[in-house]
Design a protein around this ligand. Structure first.
Ligand SMILES: [Zn+2]
Length: 327
């Protein structure tokens, strides 16, 4: 039993791979979430992909330590229940973990995608060895996973770590969670892009307009970053503003939890220096001196494979806990 299987369930794609105990990936495969019509087809698809993955590598089920799954949203880890999946309308409260355990006869663990990413970064990435850490992902949404006292902190109803929905203002833009002025409502991809378009329409001159040849609907965070790399002052200011807002939220986290590390991953984290500099500057300006001095803000290391490695790491983490002497 030397192999783990990682499964990364996203709205668009589902990725699977065989992962060894040192986080090396083999037999990676990706299939589109929408290629399966409905929840039953999707579950059947995952089962047959896992079977294929095992036999395709010349292995048997007994060679597999366990299957780890990262999925979006709040996950009830006792049953591995995934509440909903974008693009699969009939997916409601599906106890995916229990179902797969029965059908595969292998141990299966399911948790939130950013929670497993946090574990992956602690075991194999930028958070290596951290005891108190927040991992955040910046993209369409803003996610978070918390490690406290060396454990994944899941909260009282498995909903902890949602950094994206920490409010940072009294009034502000509406957020998809139902509240307003959350970090995500300022730093999620669509908000950033919408605000840039608004400013360009109001007369702002920027290289971004040239890069999309005047078609503002083509603006993405990547284009804004490209403009920044080419020295565009406005693009620089956009990332500095986003960084300032994220930094305000993080200053609260730093004061509340005194974490030693904040690991930042996801698409927007690939933005240039201005974003990171601004986040760090704001934390130092807004958090209390001692915890601000303690915390290190670093880029996530696992990149594109973070979800897969994280999912496999969940198996290692859970089995370590099961085997640890009970206090
Ligand atoms: Zn929110």
């Amino acid at each position: 039993m030397q192999h783990l299987i990682g499964v990364d369930i996203g709205g668009t794609n589902i990725k699977l791979a065989l992962v060894d105990k040192k986080a090396h990936l083999t037999g990676r495969r990706t299939f589109s979430t929408t290629s399966f019509k409905g929840k039953h087809a999707l579950i059947d698809g995952i089962v047959s992909q896992i079977d294929d993955l095992i036999s395709g590598q010349g292995l048997k089920k007994k060679d597999i330590i366990g299957v780890g799954i990262g999925a979006p949203g709040i996950i009830d880890i006792r049953t591995g229940t995934v509440h909903s999946l974008t693009n699969i309308p009939d997916w409601r409260e599906v106890p995916l973990g229990n179902i797969l355990k029965k059908r595969l006869s292998i141990s299966v663990f399911v948790d939130n995608d950013v929670n497993v990413m946090a574990l992956g970064e602690v075991y194999f990435g930028a958070g290596h060895g951290a005891v108190n850490m927040l991992c955040i992902t910046l993209g369409t949404g803003v996610g978070g996973g918390l490690i406290l006292d060396g454990r994944l902190y899941r909260g009282s109803s498995y909903a902890a770590g949602e950094f994206g929905h920490v409010p940072i203002n009294i009034d502000g833009p509406k957020c998809k969670c139902g509240s307003w002025a959350c970090v995500e409502a300022y730093a999620g991809n669509s908000y950033i892009v919408k605000d840039v378009i608004r400013q360009i329409k109001a007369g702002q001159k920027t290289l971004i307009t040239e890069l999309v040849e005047g078609d503002l609907s083509k603006i993405t965070p990547e284009v804004i970053s490209e403009a920044e790399r080419k020295g565009d002052k406005f693009a620089k200011k956009v990332w500095a503003d986003v960084g300032n807002k994220i930094g305000v939220g993080l200053a609260g986290v730093v004061n509340l939890l005194n974490v030693e590390k904040i690991v930042i991953g996801g698409g927007v984290a690939e933005a240039g220096k201005s974003l990171f500099d601004s986040i760090k500057k704001t934390i130092h300006a807004r958090a209390m001196k001692l915890p601000a001095k303690t915390v290190k803000v670093v880029k996530a290391k696992l990149g594109y494979d973070a979800g897969l490695i994280g999912a496999a790491t969940l198996v290692l983490y859970e089995l370590e806990r099961e085997n640890a002497p009970k206090k």
